[in-house]
Write a protein that binds this ligand. Structure first.
Ligand SMILES: [Zn+2]
Length: 288
């Protein structure tokens, strides 16, 4: 055995394992290995090492891959949970709005006797101080509005407006009394009043199911006190309406400026809904 070749052979072994040696070198190595147990042993150890290295590398790669997948799954899980929470919160708030509205409609309708009631609104807005009385008995009604204000030349003005229905026609009688006690009257006739016999419960705002649902999506409802009365403040379409929690009746609204509403059932007699005397007044026909 040629022991002095061992050093050369061992130098060549790494390349031999990787198949980087040529056939002549291979032959030379293999012939040596037949007789040299030392070199044979070194070769086997090298092969083992490479195998273990490969396995460890493979394992590391797999572990990294699993780690990456786990991380991605965690993010995905988090996102799914977040989306579910957002959707649920949204759905719950819509449902809450819808339930509150339905409750107010039902309550308001039960609190007003639509055949006989009186509603009084008071309002103070900018230059106006006023009171409106809505009287309803059977199919008859009379709205009386009194307003006190200053005109452009700082003169006190007192105005009284009557709205009513007579023989199927709608009328508005306006009386203006100046601070020198002179007065003017005008009588208009209309095809209809947009606020014809309005009952100010939540239910006058009631619409079809789909519209109600849409409203529930876009409206904001919070609880708030108005003059110590517990209310739902309902905001949508640039307006806020305060409905009394206990009765479902409209207490205040921003759409018609600051107004306060009070209601009385079964207090109206025939005389109270009698139209005002307009004898001798010229009727102006207004198209609407
Ligand atoms: Zn050897």
């Amino acid at each position: 055995m040629n022991k002095k070749n061992c050093k050369i052979i061992q130098d060549l072994l790494p390349n031999y394992i990787e198949n980087l040696t040529n056939s002549e070198t291979n032959k030379f190595i293999e012939e040596h290995l037949i007789d040299c147990e030392d070199c044979k042993k070194i070769l086997e150890d090298m092969k083992k090492d490479i195998k273990t290295n490969n396995i460890t590398e493979k394992n590391d790669k797999e572990v990294n891959y699993i780690k990456k997948i786990n991380f991605k799954m965690k993010i995905l899980k988090f996102l799914v949970i977040l989306i579910v929470i957002i959707i649920l919160t949204f759905a719950i708030s819509i449902l809450r709005n819808y339930i509150i509205l339905s409750k107010l409609y039902k309550l308001g309708d039960s609190k007003i006797n639509k055949e006989n009631y009186m509603m009084i609104k008071t309002f103070i807005t900018g230059d106006y101080i006023g009171k409106e009385i809505n009287l309803v008995k059977d199919k008859k009604y009379l709205h009386i509005q009194t307003v006190f204000f200053m005109d452009d030349s700082e003169r006190e003005q007192y105005m009284k407006i009557y709205e009513y229905k007579k023989d199927g026609k709608y009328y508005r009688l306006s009386k203006v009394i100046d601070d020198d006690n002179s007065s003017r009257q005008s009588l208009n006739e209309y095809d209809f009043f947009p606020n014809d016999s309005n009952i100010y419960t939540a239910s006058i705002y009631k619409e079809s199911f789909l519209k109600e649902l849409k409203k529930s999506v876009f409206m904001k409802i919070r609880t708030e006190d108005v003059e110590n009365i517990e209310c739902y403040a309902i905001s949508y379409e640039n307006g806020t309406y305060w409905f009394e929690k206990e009765t479902g009746l409209l207490i205040k609204s921003t759409k018609e400026n600051t107004k306060l509403y009070t209601y009385y059932n079964n207090c109206v007699n025939d005389k109270m809904v009698e139209p005002p005397d307009t004898t001798g007044l010229e009727i102006h026909k207004i198209d609407n």
